[in-house]
Design a protein around this ligand. Structure first.
Ligand SMILES: [Zn+2]
Length: 111
Protein backbone atom coordinates (compact mmCIF):
# COMPACT_ATOMS: atom_id res chain seq x y z
CA UNK A 1 0.00 0.00 0.00
CA UNK A 2 1.48 3.44 -0.92
CA UNK A 3 2.40 5.71 1.98
CA UNK A 4 -0.21 8.36 1.06
CA UNK A 5 -3.16 5.95 1.26
CA UNK A 6 -2.27 4.77 4.73
CA UNK A 7 -4.02 5.86 7.88
CA UNK A 8 -2.11 8.94 9.17
CA UNK A 9 -2.36 7.56 12.72
CA UNK A 10 -0.63 4.36 11.60
CA UNK A 11 2.06 6.32 9.70
CA UNK A 12 2.69 8.58 12.70
CA UNK A 13 2.81 5.67 15.13
CA UNK A 14 5.19 3.65 12.94
CA UNK A 15 7.50 6.70 12.82
CA UNK A 16 7.48 6.93 16.64
CA UNK A 17 8.08 3.19 16.86
CA UNK A 18 11.11 3.55 14.57
CA UNK A 19 12.47 6.42 16.70
CA UNK A 20 11.96 4.34 19.84
CA UNK A 21 13.84 1.36 18.40
CA UNK A 22 16.66 3.58 17.06
CA UNK A 23 17.05 5.25 20.45
CA UNK A 24 17.24 1.88 22.18
CA UNK A 25 19.84 0.70 19.67
CA UNK A 26 21.85 3.87 20.28
CA UNK A 27 21.54 3.29 24.03
CA UNK A 28 22.91 -0.25 23.62
CA UNK A 29 25.85 1.05 21.56
CA UNK A 30 26.59 3.71 24.19
CA UNK A 31 26.44 1.07 26.93
CA UNK A 32 28.87 -1.13 24.98
CA UNK A 33 31.24 1.80 24.42
CA UNK A 34 31.00 2.76 28.08
CA UNK A 35 31.90 -0.77 29.17
CA UNK A 36 34.75 -0.88 26.64
CA UNK A 37 36.10 2.42 27.95
CA UNK A 38 35.93 1.02 31.47
CA UNK A 39 37.86 -2.09 30.37
CA UNK A 40 40.57 0.03 28.75
CA UNK A 41 40.89 2.16 31.84
CA UNK A 42 41.51 -0.94 33.94
CA UNK A 43 43.76 -2.75 31.47
CA UNK A 44 46.03 0.05 30.22
CA UNK A 45 46.81 3.11 32.29
CA UNK A 46 47.17 6.18 30.10
CA UNK A 47 45.64 4.54 27.02
CA UNK A 48 45.56 7.15 24.19
CA UNK A 49 47.17 9.55 26.64
CA UNK A 50 44.08 9.57 28.83
CA UNK A 51 44.45 8.57 32.45
CA UNK A 52 42.36 6.09 34.41
CA UNK A 53 40.11 8.82 35.85
CA UNK A 54 39.48 10.20 32.35
CA UNK A 55 38.37 6.80 31.02
CA UNK A 56 36.15 6.23 34.03
CA UNK A 57 34.54 9.64 33.48
CA UNK A 58 34.05 8.81 29.78
CA UNK A 59 32.49 5.46 30.68
CA UNK A 60 30.08 7.09 33.13
CA UNK A 61 29.18 9.81 30.60
CA UNK A 62 28.41 7.16 27.97
CA UNK A 63 26.28 5.13 30.35
CA UNK A 64 24.31 8.25 31.34
CA UNK A 65 23.86 9.23 27.66
CA UNK A 66 22.64 5.69 26.96
CA UNK A 67 20.01 5.96 29.71
CA UNK A 68 18.91 9.40 28.42
CA UNK A 69 18.47 8.08 24.86
CA UNK A 70 16.55 5.03 26.08
CA UNK A 71 14.22 7.21 28.18
CA UNK A 72 13.69 9.70 25.33
CA UNK A 73 12.79 6.85 22.99
CA UNK A 74 10.40 5.41 25.56
CA UNK A 75 8.87 8.80 26.40
CA UNK A 76 7.84 9.67 22.82
CA UNK A 77 6.48 6.17 22.11
CA UNK A 78 2.84 7.17 22.44
CA UNK A 79 -0.45 6.50 20.72
CA UNK A 80 -1.05 9.43 18.26
CA UNK A 81 -4.77 9.45 19.15
CA UNK A 82 -4.89 9.36 22.96
CA UNK A 83 -1.22 10.30 23.60
CA UNK A 84 -0.72 7.42 26.02
CA UNK A 85 2.56 5.45 26.15
CA UNK A 86 1.78 2.14 24.48
CA UNK A 87 2.19 -0.46 27.20
CA UNK A 88 1.55 -4.15 26.96
CA UNK A 89 1.13 -7.12 29.23
CA UNK A 90 2.74 -9.45 26.76
CA UNK A 91 5.96 -9.15 24.72
CA UNK A 92 7.62 -6.88 27.25
CA UNK A 93 10.19 -4.30 26.25
CA UNK A 94 10.53 -2.08 29.30
CA UNK A 95 6.77 -2.57 29.61
CA UNK A 96 5.99 -1.33 26.10
CA UNK A 97 4.44 -3.23 23.22
CA UNK A 98 7.03 -3.49 20.44
CA UNK A 99 4.60 -3.93 17.59
CA UNK A 100 1.01 -3.48 18.76
CA UNK A 101 -1.89 -3.84 16.34
CA UNK A 102 -4.13 -1.56 18.39
CA UNK A 103 -3.69 0.98 21.17
CA UNK A 104 -4.44 -0.87 24.44
CA UNK A 105 -6.13 2.26 25.83
CA UNK A 106 -8.30 3.76 23.06
CA UNK A 107 -8.24 0.89 20.53
CA UNK A 108 -6.91 3.01 17.60
CA UNK A 109 -5.35 0.95 14.83
CA UNK A 110 -1.55 1.33 14.95
CA UNK A 111 -0.39 -1.13 12.33
ZN1 LIG B 1 -4.64 5.33 22.05
Amino acid sequence: MPETERDPVVVEFQQRRKTMLQNFLLALILFALGLAAKQFSEAIDGFLGIGRAGWTAAAIAQLIAGVVFALRGFWQYRCPVCNEIVRAHDRYYLGTAINPTRCPRCGARLR
